[in-house]
Design a protein around this ligand. Sequence first.
Ligand code: S3P
Length: 170
Amino acid sequence: MTRLILIGFMGSGKTTIGRLLANALRLPHLDLDDLVAADANCSIAQIFTDQGEAYFRDLESQALISVIRKPGILSTGGGTPVREENRQLLIDSDTPVVFLKASPEVIVNRLKGDHNRPLLRQLDTNQFMELYRKREWFYNQAADMTIDTDKKTPEKIMREILAQIREVPV
Ligand code: S3P
């Protein structure tokens, strides 16, 4: 196993778990947001402010195409599987796609006071729940496996993923 892709809502632990897995498997950790920010030479929040979400999504799709076949653990952005073409890339790839699932309560708690996620800034509780439910559908479509992350340490989540991927033929 030389490649793995993590998907899930903002705050579900994609970056933290991605780093741990990369360490354990001695593979590079690839973070899609970091790649977009590096290519644009600008933070994600700044891209949203200056050029808007659609522009960010174009950069995100390009970054996904350029990285999806590289060896490593790829942590995607929370919105990556929403675009049909991105979702199709994930579905068609022969790389295991792991959905890190966290409950809305856990996510809200983790992201309290977060200023780096432009999408969350103006959402009230109902809008947040609507986004969460819509996104869940996309994650389920793209995922080969789902890991419940509530009340688990990052190490436990990592061990569960490692146990599962050993059973998935790649
Ligand atoms: C987004 C999630 C962010 C980042 C951008 C948009 C989303 O990534 O790509 O702010 O649409 O859910 P994280 O999931 O790593 O926070």
